[in-house]
Design a binder for this molecule. Sequence first.
Ligand code: GDP
Length: 363
Amino acid sequence: MNKPKTEDEYVGFASLPEQVHRKAVKKGFNFTLMVVGESGLGKSTLINSLFLTDIYKDRQIPSVEDRMTKTVEIEKRQIDIEERGVRLRLTVVDTPGYSDALNTQDCCKAVENFVDEQFAQYFKDESGVNRRNIQDSRVHCCLYFISPCGHGLKQVDVEFMKQLHEKVNIVPIIAKADTLTAAEVCKLKNRVLQEIDEHGIKIYEFPDCDSDEDEDFKQQDKELKLAIPFSVIGSNTVLEVNGKKIRGRLYPWGIVEVDNPKHCDFLKLRQMLISTHMQDLKDVTQDVHYENYRAQHISEENKRDLQRERKLKRESCTSLDGVVDADRLLQQKDEEIRRMQEMLKQMQEQLHVSGGRANGTAC
Ligand code: GDP
């Protein structure tokens, strides 16, 4: 067995994690969260509840006419949050108008284009001169809101997830869970999971828990995974219950508490998103989704270069044919001139001979 080291036997690299920690804290963190789902499903309320802020103060709700004709918009809001000296720059990307318009096909395309544009910008910045200060605007997580009123996923939900699942980490959530009984929540969760499986949709996969983690953590991780799709309740109202301040919704028959694990999975969602899996969501974005984009982008660029090269070659070949034709024509002309000069010479010689003969006869 190894003998424990004495103080003067330490080299000092045990402090490396602290150095990394200090540097990371100094730099601050950034995270981009996208919320997608029909309007009125409680997206803004949930974001405010999650980050205990009012990120949507200046929001304007469009009229019915506007919502029918308008295409999906992409709206970015940024806030800086600080907790115990750690700074987080949170960007929330909202998609007002999503599935409001009668033509829902373009909704997914608009969101897909946005996600691609962020990848393209990152790729451009990464290939540029100043790589040290890249602003990462890639979408690290997409909370997809499923309506509690249906019997499972709607067509637009399936279309969206199928189109985006290889570009962004999708975390499905059941909105306004207080409108369902516990049994209905359970039934809807099972149905949603079954449909996700049937359609081959890849939602964000929680990493396996390390075997050396403590039992409490393992249990927490298991419960987190079992709760997907998270059922959530949002509220911006603070109520007082038994002298305790809570976020909840006050109904004539009682209060539903946002933070109560018996009422919904809000706490699990917050824990996963902020405390335990934020870095993994960023890592998967970098290592899987961005790498996919990068590989595809580079291969498309190579293909374009190849096509351009072939076109150039073809063009230079046809101009080369022209040069060959002109050369041949010039050669023919030269030959003709040479032949004519020959003929002229012969004629001159003949004239000379016959002239001489005539002269001779005269003598
Ligand atoms: P968004 O359009 O998806 O951003 O939806 P909002 O956050 O603006 O919420 C629309 C309405 O639903 C508001 O009146 C909210 O008070 C209400 N709401 C938000 N979250 C919940 C919830 O969890 N349960 C219930 N019953 N209503 C909610």
